[in-house]
Design a protein around this ligand. Structure first.
Ligand code: AMP
Ligand code: GLY
Length: 424
């Protein structure tokens, strides 16, 4: 089978790494791929948002797997034959592309989430933040690569954030509608599940680290590292499917949008101190695999990834189950200095060939051939996701950081505490 994977991040490298091991896959094209993906797939210089060119190129393959949210939100799936594409349609992708619609759906179908209010203009939002309790969270409603969420401690910060998002349009049109919501505290867990619109097949729970700095401080990023499995029992995952995934997908279906693909729920968990029962709230839905959660998940997945992908497309998910390698996997993101703000590109990456005990998933990298040979240069904010596995979480973390010590590029930055607060 010939497969196209749309996208160029660490998530897509991890998906391609796993698809390359499938007995069902003979050839992989990446649109456009990256420096690392080139070793496993034919990279074709078509950008992930060049919808018409992707549709045209899709004639070369049997299946198209769409990685990132932007082409999903722009309706790539609507333009491809249903029996050939993996991912939700434009209508279903609004669950991520318009956070305010997602919050309103959650309210309608009774999915637990933070209390919120939606604003479409600056003055009413400014009046609202005058007399409320802090901290609060302000979110751009549209897509902002994980950077459009601001945790606000007081009124001064709220005023500044509203001005930045709604007047200066720091996130472009994505901030023309905003959500102001209650600040929640607890452990964050990502649950990602395949769904064909009828059944649900969850992957292992995972945990991302969205903040830039150690100790969960600093700005929100696309994600600085992740590990799996995170702390949820089988029963608790069942509860997440019943309380979150089913009402979401069935609620969308009732309103005319059949969801097929993977659905990602970002959860915040609180345990009752006496009964230790689980209270959960949904922070966000995404219409695709998480990045960097996919990196440790693919490292741990034993089953052939093509099977749930095909079953989702065929509406036959009930017939598939997933097998996992035992133990844990941890991915630490190596980022360009300055990310998630502005950063320089084109820095040479050294030491990759010295990494033997972890998998290096590439994100913002570019392979260049010079007269001295081939070198790998940085070309994005999140550059590499080094992913190691081990019998325990601690073993997977220690191994990953040990392997990172071989890698260098100017300005390289990584968090030093990925997964560490969950080592028992
Ligand atoms: P989102 O893209 O909505 O998941 O938000 C990105 C990150 O911001 C989340 O992973 C949380 O760390 C944080 N966040 C979002 N909403 C809230 C909230 N209501 N309370 C506390 N933190 C939040
Ligand atoms: N890791 C967060 C996301 O993929 O949105």
């Amino acid at each position: 089978m010939k497969v196209i994977v749309v996208g160029s991040g660490g998530r897509e490298h991890a998906l391609i790494w796993k698809l390359a091991q499938s007995s069902l896959v003979d050839k992989i094209y990446a649109l456009p791929g990256n420096g690392g993906i080139e070793e496993l797939a034919e990279c074709v210089p078509i950008g992930a948002t060049e919808i018409d060119r992707i549709v045209e190129f899709s004639k070369n393959a049997d299946i198209v797997v769409v990685g990132p949210e932007v082409p999903l939100a722009e309706g790539l799936v609507n333009k491809l034959p249903k029996n050939k594409v993996f991912g939700p349609t434009r209508e279903s992708a609004t669950i991520e592309a318009d956070k305010s619609l997602a919050k309103e759906l959650m309210q309608r179908v009774g999915i637990p989430t933070a209390k919120f209010k939606v604003f479409t203009s600056y003055e009413p939002a400014k009046d609202f933040i005058e007399n409320i309790k802090y901290p609060i969270v302000i979110k751009a409603s549209g897509l902002a690569a994980g950077k459009g969420v601001l945790i606000i401690k007081n009124k001064e910060e709220a005023l500044e954030a509203l001005y930045k998002i709604m007047v200066e349009q720091a996130f472009g049109k994505s901030g023309s509608k905003i959500i102001i919501e209650e600040y929640l505290e607890g452990e964050e867990v990502s649950v990602i599940a395949f769904t064909d619109g009828k059944d649900f097949l969850p992957l292992l729970p995972s945990q991302d680290h969205k903040k830039l700095l150690d100790g969960d401080k600093g700005l929100n990023t696309g994600g600085m590292g992740a590990y799996a499995p995170a702390v949820l029992t089988k029963d608790e995952i069942g509860k997440v499917i019943n309380q979150v995934f089913e009402p979401c997908v069935w609620g969308m279906k009732k309103e005319g949008a059949i969801y097929k693909g993977v659905l990602y729920a970002g959860l915040i968990l609180c345990r009752d101190e006496i009964t230790s029962s689980l209270q959960l709230k949904v922070l966000e839905f995404n219409c695709r695999f998480g990045d960097p959660e996919t990196q440790p998940l693919m490292k741990l997945l034993e089953s052939d990834l093509m099977e749930p992908i095909l079953a989702t497309i065929e509406g036959n998910l009930k017939s598939v189950s997933l097998k996992w390698h035992p133990g844990y996997a941890t991915c630490v993101v190596l980022a360009s200095g300055g990310y998630p703000g502005s950063y320089e590109k084109g820095k040479e990456i050294t030491g990759l060939s010295e990494v033997h005990n972890a998998t290096v998933f590439h994100a913002g990298t570019k392979r260049v051939e010079t007269c001295q040979g081939i070198s790998m240069l940085t070309s994005g904010g999140r550059v590499l996701g080094v992913t190691g596995s081990g019998k325990t979480l601690k073993e997977s973390i220690d191994l990953t950081y040990q392997e990172i010590s071989h890698i260098h590029f100017d300005g390289m930055y990584c968090r030093r505490d990925i997964g560490s607060k969950n080592i028992k």
